[in-house]
Every structure is written in C-alpha cells, then in structure tokens.
Ligand binder design. Structure first.
Ligand code: NAD
Length: 413
C-alpha cells in the first residue's frame, strides 16, 4: 500500500479550504533531501534512509526507526507529518524521518550498536544541530541515541550533543522524554472531552498498542479515573467491560512480554478490539489500522490518533460520515517532539530546564494548538479536525516560504 498517496489526497482537501495554488502544492509535496545507503552487518546489507521533507521553519526533526517494513514511501509520509507537527505546535523545526529496514529482534546488543554506528557513518554529513536532528522512534531508544551521538562526535572531532534528542540523561537527555508523548495526548484528550462536557469517570477507553506510547497513556488515563476497557499488543488484546486494572496489566506485561494471559479479562483479537463499543479509541501501535475495510464497523465516538497515520484517507471519509471525530496524529502525539525541543534548546544554550518548566512548555503548546485547531474545526462546520490541523500547520509554513521570498511570481499569493 502506498501511504504517501494519502497525504496527497488530504492536501487536495485542505487546498480547497485554503486556496493553495498548484505551485505551492508542488512545493509542499516535494522533498528537501532523500538519502539512501546500504548498511553492512555480518556480511548482509540493510537499506537505510534519512529524509528531510521541508526545512522552511528550521532544521529537520524526526525519529529513526528500525523495522523490517521500513520503506522510502513510509518514511516520506512520516517526514511530511513531522513538518506539519512541528509547525502546528510552533517549534523552530522542519520535518524529517529516518530508518533502517531491519528486524532488531534477531540482533544482539553489540549488533544493534554496530548498525546504529553504521547509520551515522552513512549519514553524518546530512545531520547536525542546524541541519537535521534525529530522535528515537519505533524500536529505537535512548541507548541507541547515545551510541549515535558518540559516533557522530567521534567522526566530527568535536562535541555537539544537541544534534540528536532522546539521549540518556548522562549525555544531556531529559527525564520527561519517555512519557512526553503520552502526557501530551492526555492533555489533548482532556481539552477535547471538556468541550464535549464529558467527565473522566464515565469515559471508556480502548487502546491498541502497549509500547512506549500505549502503555504510558493507559497509565496516565487510568490514574485520572478513565475506564480502560481493552488494551492490546502485537500478539492480541484483552477486554474487561468493567475496566482493567492498568497497574496490574503493566506488571503482567513486563513479566510475560505480552498483555495476553492477564487473569481478570477475556482475550480478543486486534481486529475485534478496534471495533469495540467505547467512547474513545486510541490507536497507539502502527500505521494503517483503520482502513476502508473496517471503518464502517468502528463504534467508538472519538478516535485519538497516538500512532502516526493509523487512519487512511478513505477511512477518514467513512468515519466523518458516521460522525466519529478523529483527533489527528499531528496534534495528539506532538508531545514527544515538544520535549525533544526542550532537550535541544537546553543543550544548545547550555542551560538546564527543570521538569516543571518542561511540563509547562508541553502544556502551553499542546493546549494552544488544540484550541487553534478546534476553533477552526467548529467555525468551518463540515471539515474534519485533521483538515483543520493541516490548515493551521500549512499556513505557518506558507508564511515562512513567503517571508523567505523564494517565489518571485506575485500571483502565487
Ligand atoms: P513501541 O514499539 O514502543 O510500541 C508499539 C506497540 O504496538 C507494541 O506494544 C507492539 O506490540 C504493538 N504493535 C505493533 N504492531 C501491532 C499490530 N499490528 N497490532 C497491534 N499492536 C501492534 O512504539 P511506540 O514508541 O509506542 O510508538 C507507537 C506509535 O506511536 C508509532 O506509530 C510511533 O510512530 C508513534 N509515536 C511515538 C512517539 C514516541 O515518543 N514514542 C511519538 C510520536 C508518535
């Protein structure tokens, strides 16, 4: 499935609302830099990419993922979403993404370190604090960021810790990074439900994915009194109509490596989990989970997209017609990149943000972006929250383009 196609179709939708000229549309769909290399490990070669979509607002920013399904199409889509996300929450960054097409499950720690260093050897000249700043993503973590920083500084011969974020604390990382994405999602959901006049105690939640994002948001929402009725991982899901005890599910999952087998629950498939009756469905696993095949069966009232691109373009239309509101990924999961910005900024300036200062930046930026998007969504009546979020983000990018004076042709504006 070509997923960048979804982006093109969504941009066409937004261009009607904002009257984006074909020339500007071409600019928005083009990429600043696509670099590919084959990384060698144990006599085998693994394709790897680093892609910058757009850097009009600042250096590229985006994670690096290690996954057997990584492709150029997927990374282009994710880099594009990063451009919109950083613009939406007013960060001085463009959008980027990188990855290695590899299954890390079959590798030992030394091999993972070796391939992480090989990535930097291949792409170091395109990275840097003022060029393109990576971070962790699916199957990468702070340890890997530490190795990557070390390799970069070894090649360059000087320190530049702000060239990468999500690092270990000892190397200038920040404590809040691990649950920042989930915390940001919680802020957005609470603001949204406030508008719907819904209380946490009576709100049922279903979560697909129990990794960094899914597990943390389950815990945060459970602590606030929301009723988490189902969660899942790649092996399958568990369901309890009276609510799961998330603290206990986390202990079980950390012992067994899966949520399956949790005593006070019944097992369900990931397919059935997505189609459960619930107030809020939170996809927090991977892309393309709600498609034209299953969108008609979705019974949730609201969808909070914590994963990137979990709902396809065709599914968006079906959900909109069913009056199901989708809170889009570029808004819902922007918390991680906001805290990454704090890390970059403190490393660059040589200052240390306190946890409270970072939480404050996170809350202010998420809340402001939510209200900007929500007001436009309400004002326009028949658009989706995604279209509203794209419009807010694109406006800033187009204004930056105009301010840079690249277009000479007056009729473009
Ligand atoms: P992760 O690897 O820690 O966790 C992924 C979880 O999803 C795991 O529980 C895994 O078992 C499950 N999963 C994988 N494939 C599945 C499938 N087919 N069906 C059901 N479950 C499946 O990853 P993460 O960091 O939690 O990221 C999850 C999503 O959130 C990704 O789309 C990622 O791009 C996005 N995201 C993450 C961050 C972050 O800070 N980690 C920030 C923004 C967006």
């Amino acid at each position: 499935m070509n997923i960048f196609k979804n982006i093109k179709e969504r941009l066409n939708n937004v261009s009607k609302l904002m009257d984006i000229t074909p020339k500007k549309l071409d600019m928005l769909l083009s990429f600043k830099r696509i670099k590919k290399a084959n990384l060698k490990l144990n006599g085998k070669e693994y394709p790897a990419w680093r892609i910058v979509h757009n850097d009009l607002l600042g250096p590229g920013k985006g994670g690096i993922r290690f996954h057997p399904n990584v492709s150029e199409d997927e990374l282009e889509t994710l880099a594009f979403l990063m451009t919109l996300k950083t613009s939406l929450v007013e960060l001085p960054f463009g959008g980027a993404k990188g990855g290695i097409k590899i299954n890390p499950d079959g590798l030992n720690k030394e091999e993972i370190e070796q391939v992480s260093r090989a990535y930097i050897q291949a792409f170091h000249e395109y990275l840097g604090t003022n060029r393109d700043i990576p971070a962790p993503d699916v199957n990468t973590n702070s340890k890997i960021m530490g190795w990557m920083l070390d390799e970069y500084e070894r090649i360059k011969g000087y320190h530049e810790k702000e060239m990468i974020t999500g690092k270990p604390l000892e190397l200038g990382g920040c404590a809040l990074r691990n649950d920042a994405t989930a915390e940001g999602g919680k802020i957005i959901l609470k603001e949204f439900l406030k508008r719907k006049k819904k209380k946490s105690e009576r709100t049922q939640i279903v979560i697909q994915g129990f990794g960094n994002v899914g597990k943390n948001i389950a815990k945060l929402l459970h602590d606030e009194g929301y009723m988490i009725i189902a969660v899942s991982d790649i092996e399958g899901g568990i369901f309890n109509k009276d609510g799961l005890d998330i603290e206990k599910v986390i202990i079980h999952e950390e012992e067994k490596g899966t949520v399956l087998g949790f005593p006070e629950s019944e097992e369900i498939t990931n397919k059935a989990l997505l189609e459960l009756e619930t107030d809020v469905l939170i996809p927090a696993a991977i892309e393309n989970q709600i498609t034209k095949e299953n969108a008609k069966n979705i019974k949730a009232k609201y969808i909070l997209e914590m994963a990137n691109a979990p709902v396809t373009f065709e599914a968006d239309k079906i959900l909109h017609n069913k009056l199901i509101t989708v809170i889009p990924d570029i808004l819902a999961n922007a918390g991680g990149v906001i805290v990454s910005y704090c890390e970059w900024s403190q490393n660059k300036a040589g200052n240390i943000f306190t946890k409270e200062q970072m939480k404050d930046v996170l809350k202010r930026k998420m809340t402001k972006a939510f209200h900007e998007v929500y007001e436009l969504y309400i004002e326009q009546k028949n658009i989706t929250m995604r279209t509203a979020a794209y419009a807010v983000a694109l406006k800033r990018i187009l204004n930056a383009e105009k301010a840079r004076g690249i277009y000479k042709n007056k009729e473009d504006y």
